[in-house]
Design a protein around this ligand. Structure first.
Ligand code: SAM
Ligand code: DTB
Ligand code: SF4
Length: 314
């Protein structure tokens, strides 16, 4: 299958706006070819450092600029994190993702602990992913040597809408970090959020930037906004699940070999819409009872969903 990196915004907007039956058909043709077994990767998420973040992301419960009601949680130590990783592995997770509510990584004890966590997760035979804000080249190299599979750093939305959501950093800052991660040889996990008040053009712009990367990000998380009380986006209406289906299908067509992860927002979706996302080419989900600070479907519910769909967890 020929991979393309030259999609124009018009191409992408045309895909996103196709009649749903046609879009689903196109996405399935690509997906069946790229992932014939409908294998779905299970990624578990753990918040190692929660809250108090200096950035002002309007969607985020963990920003110090947002008076959200957060459960105060001390930063977790290496043993506690690896204990959770073992438990995630026992419930069937393939990837263990760890989050830090930081603007950027700073050298010191907390970063040394992060490196030890990555080594520990890799030693268990699971994939390891970290999301912790910006980083420098030396830090990226150290994480690469520890065996880090992927670094998650989302672009969140299109460049024109970005400063309506975040003012403490720029789109360019985000792109620079992504380049550092790539240069160090770590896989990229990069996606976005819908339901923040952006237009279809903004969604197309985000997908165009992602699809223009060469290579494409290895994983592309598609999040539906979880409207958290106390954040500027608390009153946003829940995103229509079929909009997530469209984003997943379009991402699948643009980036045939990437993992498209149906991420935050599944708790508000029915089984039927999630099934449509699997059909449309979602081949990964967050798996486990919690995301970072909000809930996720129970492990048993997700097992039942995958069995119902007849797809393989792998
Ligand atoms: N501080 C780091 C950063 O921003 O890269 C890592 C953690 S941050 C919580 C990871 C990603 O989660 C964000 O980039 C955003 O895309 C997503 N996210 C955060 N809060 C969300 C929410 N309420 N609804 C949907 N997605 C959210
Ligand atoms: C991603 O794209 N989604 C995850 C992960 N990467 C780090 C985070 C979702 C967070 C949802 C809101 C919360 O639980 O705080
Ligand atoms: Fe901080 Fe990340 Fe939340 Fe933004 S999304 S406030 S950078 S934790």
């Amino acid at each position: 299958m020929q991979l393309r990196h030259d999609w124009s915004r018009q191409d992408v907007l045309a895909l996103l706006s196709k009649p749903l039956v046609d879009l689903l058909w196109d996405a399935q043709v690509v997906h069946r070819q790229a992932n014939p077994g409908y294998r779905v990767q299970l990624a578990s998420l753990l918040s190692v450092r929660t809250g108090g973040c200096q950035e002002d992301c309007a969607y985020c419960s963990q920003s110090m600029h947002n008076p959200a009601d957060l459960e105060v949680k001390p930063e977790m130590d290496v043993e506690a994190v690896l204990g959770q990783a073992r438990q995630a592995q026992r419930s069937g997770a393939h990837r263990f993702c760890m989050g830090w509510a930081w603007r950027e990584i700073r050298d010191g004890a907390a970063f040394d602990a992060m490196v030890a966590m990555v080594e520990g997760v890799r030693a268990m035979g699971m994939e390891a992913c970290v999301t912790a804000g910006m980083l420098n080249d030396t830090q990226a190299d150290r994480l690469a040597r520890a065996g880090l599979t992927a670094y998650n750093h989302n672009l969140d939305t299109g460049p024109e809408f970005y400063d309506r959501i975040i003012s403490t950093r720029t789109y360019e800052d985000r792109l620079e970090t992504l380049q550092r991660v790539r240069r160090a040889g770590i896989g990229l996990c990069c996606g976005g959020i819908i339901g923040m008040g952006e237009s279809l053009e903004d969604r197309a712009a985000l997908l165009t930037v992602l699809a223009g990367m060469d290579p494409h990000p290895e994983s592309v998380p598609i999040n539906g906004l979880v409207a958290v009380k106390g954040t500027p986006l608390e009153a946003r209406a829940p995103v229509d699940a079929l909009e997530l289906v469209r984003m997943v299908a379009t991402a699948r067509i643009l980036m045939p070999r990437s993992r498209v992860r149906l991420s935050a927002g599944r708790q508000g979706m029915g089984r039927d819409a999630q099934l449509l996302c699997l059909l449309a080419g979602a081949d990964s989900i967050f798996y486990g009872n919690a995301l970072l600070t909000t809930g996720n479907p129970a492990v048993e519910t997700d097992r039942a969903l995958l069995a119902l769909a007849g797809v393989t967890a792998a």
